[in-house]
Structures are given as C-alpha cells and as structure tokens.
Design a protein around this ligand. Structure first.
Ligand code: UDP
Length: 481
C-alpha cells in the first residue's frame, strides 16, 4: 500500500517505444489527478523523454508528481547496439526480435523494483507478458495495456480464433473477418508473415504468451472511449473474456500549450513558430503528414510524397524522420522547398503533433494509422488519409474509413514492416485533395467534429471514460483494502 495520503500506488511499465510510452504518461496524469500515486518504470535513456512528457508543475498542472524509476535495458546482451533502448532506434527490421528478447530479460530487475517499492497494482505493456507472473508473486493485480483500440483488439482476436485467412487460396483473395461486427473484409497481403503462415515459431510463441498472460491478468485498460467504439468494446469483452476499462482519449489530459507541445521527444520546431505559420492559414486548409515514431520510408517513397503534395496544390506540414534528412539532396525534387515556400512547412525530426492537430487550420491528416495518431486526429475532429504500414495499422485503417467514415485510404495494398508498401504520387495527390476539398471532405469533417466533441465529454466529470476510470480505481481500492 502507498503512503498514508496516497490511497493507492500503481506501477506503470510501458514498452520502450514512443507509441506506448506517451499514452502511458498521459494515463499516469489521469490517475494522479484522481489522487492515485504513480511510479513509471523505464530504461535510463527513456527517462528524459518521459520526464519532459510529464512536464513541470504549473497552476494548470498542480497534480504532476509522478515518480520515475529506471530499469537497465540489456541491449548488448540481447544482440542490439549499445544505447538501443527505444523502438525508434532499432537499426533494421531484422533486429526487432532482439528488441523483444531484451524486453523479456527484464523480469528479475522488475521484480526487484516491486520488492523495493511494493505498489498495489501494476499496469504493464502487453509485450511484458511475464509481469502477470511477477504481479502474482507479489499478490497484486496486473492490468494489461495494449496501446491499441477496441476495434483492432476485436479484429485480431477474431482472426486468432477463426483463422479465416487459412480458407483462401491466394494472398489477394478477400475474406470477411468472422464474428466481427460490420462485415470487415481483409486480404492476407495486409497481414504480418508470422500470422499469415504460422511459420515463425518464435513470433507464434510470443503471440500465445501475450494472450495467455492477458487471460490470467486482472483486466485490460484501453485508450479509447465508449462513444467511439462501444460496439467493439462490448464485443471484445465477449470474445476474449477479459475485463476492460476505457479511459481515453488519454491525450486530452494535455489542455495547455506546453502540455501539448512537450509529448515525446523535444520538438524540432519552436511551438510558437509553428503556431504562427498555422495562424496564417485559412481554417481546414492545411494537410498534416506524419507517420509516427517507427515507420521509416525509403527515399524513393519520400520523393513520391514530395511530388504528390506539390501536385495536390494543398498547404501542408510534413514531418520527416531525422534520419531521412541525411541524404535529402539525393531524393528531394530540385527546387521543391523553394517552390513550396509559404505553402509547405517541413519539420525534420519530431513535431508537436497534438498541438498541430488541434489548430483550426488543419484540414486533414495523412497518417500511418498508429492508434495514438488515429485517436489524436479523432479527438481534434480532423479527417484522415490512411496510409498503414504494419502492426495494428491495417485494422485501424478499416475502423477509420469503413466504421467511423472519417477518412479515405491512400491505397496501401501490402503489409511491409517499417518501410511500408510503395504508394505513387498520383494516389497521394488524389487523397490529399479528397480529404481537404469538396463535399465528401466536408461530410467527413462534420462526422469527425462530432466524435471530437464526444471525446471531450467522455473525459469530463460524469463522462464515460471518467466513470470507467472511477470504476477501475474503486475496484483496485476494494481489492487492496
Ligand atoms: N508523435 C509526435 N511527434 C512526431 C511523431 C509522433 O508527437 O513527430 C507522437 C504522436 O502524437 C503519438 C505518438 O508519437 O502520440 C506515436 O504513436 P502512434 O501510435 O501514432 O504511432 P507509432 O509511433 O507507435 O507507430
């Protein structure tokens, strides 16, 4: 049990990737605002990222005391380069298994921390399945955080249970995901190899472990809200048998400029400069292009993006990974930046994404459909051009384009880890116009704005996510006292 004036003390242990750490920090702030004590466990190199995301205590942010505890990440022992402690620094897709190996080596030091700090509960990433056993040893509950929404959770579960892909004769033959509300069609082309072919013994074993650990845990906390994906939230409870709490969108805990600008890495543009640029543009007239923290396109693809954007004639903010800057002169169309002056802003490195999305000038978001980006767009009422690359992103695309109908697909046909399938400039140009101009864009925007309003209401006192968080805290308190 925590100290006298903190009724409950929770350990949060995110997987070391921005898309997992950022929402967990937001989640920590939601708990702290309810008087719960929170300790975040992370690796030494991720500590500064987490503490800048937490931010400073201000009159707007009085409840910001979150403890941080380091845990050594065995990069070298797992065959990774030294200092590779975050998914965004894995040098090649072939080393992804090593990163998971390192994550699997953390059980003993994690249990040491449980012994030292004796929290009442742990909320840990799905990719740390062994934390269910660790929590059991200390007789405390483990709650799982997947980092994705209810639709993707349901879709993945229905795929696992019914294996419809095994009944088609080719990679491009469509099949309906059985028992998933909404008649959702997929092809094997957009599935990861290890699920498609059952051949990768290691991945299949890990998948099984994640699932088994979830089933014997206390439940699942989801970064979403009932008004958005309630049908799938209910369905997930039914098909998986897990208890769930929907407490998002957690990014909405960042209400002031600093909070919105400071999530994740230090932004590569001054937030005031960025806002000034956006202030000079008409409402709904700027396309924001960003592919999250892990996807990393080939130079040939970046060139197509540049040409597609130019041909579309739209204003844009384009976020490029820092590593893409190095050989820029080799692929960027000649004179591109000069011609785009005033029309396009390129951010090389890290963008203050939530701050940008919340600006009224933003009219559309070209996104890889990482769940955080998707939910941040929904929360800002911004329609999307969906450009999935890997992981849960193809499910999120279906949710955005076919269930919520707040986005149009750019036309990605194939799952390709990190670098993505290739998309031609004509498709980019067309999708960019479609999401900003005309009646269809207007309809999508209106729908998106309605979801944005519901998202805010969900977090307000008496809103669905607020009440679900209350229910979770009460259940934990009952269990602990
Ligand atoms: N993000 C950001 N600036 C960037 C790139 C990403 O603030 O330049 C944030 C984004 O707002 C989101 C997270 O990083 O909260 C990325 O998570 P997501 O699930 O969208 O994608 P992932 O990086 O996991 O693929």
């Amino acid at each position: 049990m925590g100290s006298e004036n903190q009724k409950l003390h929770i350990f949060l242990f995110p997987f070391p990737a921005h898309g997992h750490m950022i929402p967990m920090v937001d989640m920590a702030r939601l708990f702290v605002a309810r008087g719960v004590g929170v300790t975040i466990v992370t690796t030494p190199l991720n500590l500064p990222l987490i503490s800048r995301t937490i931010g400073k205590q201000t009159p707007h942010n009085p409840n910001i005391i979150i403890n941080l505890v380091p845990i050594k990440f065995p990069s070298v022992e797992a065959g990774l380069p030294e200092h590779c402690e975050n998914a965004d620094s894995i040098p090649s897709p072939s080393l992804i298994p090593n990163f998971f190996k390192a994550a699997n080596m953390l059980q003993q030091p994690f249990e040491q921390l449980l012994l030292q700090h004796h929290p009442d509960c742990v909320i840990t990433d799905v990719f740390f399945p062994w934390t269910t056993d660790s929590a059991a040893k200390f007789e405390i509950p483990r709650i799982v955080f997947h980092g994705t929404g209810s639709f993707a959770l349901c879709a993945a579960e229905c795929m696992r249970l019914y294996q419809p892909h095994k009944k088609v004769s080719s990679d491009s033959e469509p099949f309906v995901i059985p028992n998933l509300p909404g008649e959702i069609t997929m092809t094997k082309l957009v599935m990861p190899e290890h699920i498609k072919n059952d051949e990768d013994v290691e991945w299949t074993r890990m998948d099984k472990e994640w699932k088994e650990a979830e089933l014997s845990s206390f439940g699942v906390v989801v970064n979403s809200f009932y008004e958005l994906d309630g049908v799938y939230a209910d369905h997930y409870k039914k098909v998986s048998g897990s208890k769930t709490w929907h407490i998002g969108p957690v990014s909405l805990c960042n209400r002031d400029l600093k909070g919105k600008a400071n999530r994740g890495k230090e932004a590569s543009i001054d937030e005031h400069e960025c806002l000034k640029w956006l202030d000079s543009k008409k409402p709904n007239s700027v396309l924001y292009i960003c592919f999250g923290s892990v996807a990393n396109f080939l130079e040939s693809q970046l060139k197509e993006i540049a040409m597609g954007l130019e041909a579309s004639g739209q204003n844009f903010i384009w976020v490029m990974r820092k590593s893409q800057k190095d050989r820029e002169e080799e692929w960027i169309p000649e004179g591109f930046e000069k011609r785009m002056e005033g029309k396009g802003l390129i951010i090389r490195g890290w963008a203050p994404q939530v701050l940008i999305l919340d600006h009224k000038a933003i009219g559309g978001f070209v996104t890889h459909c990482g769940w955080n980006s998707t939910l941040e767009a929904v929360s800002a009422g911004v329609p999307m051009v969906t450009w999935p690359v890997f992981a849960d992103q193809f499910y999120n695309e279906k949710f955005v384009t076919e269930v919520l109908r707040v986005g149009v697909p750019v036309g990605v046909k194939k799952y390709v880890e990190i670098v993505g399938d290739s998309v031609k400039k004509e498709a980019i140009e067309k999708a960019a116009r479609r999401v900003i101009e005309g009646e269809e864009a207007e309809e999508m925007r209106n729908r998106a704005k309605k979801f944005a309003k519901m998202a805010r209401q969900a977090l307000d006192e008496k809103g669905s996510s607020y009440l679900d968080l209350t229910a979770l805290i009460q259940e934990l308190e009952c269990r602990c006292y």
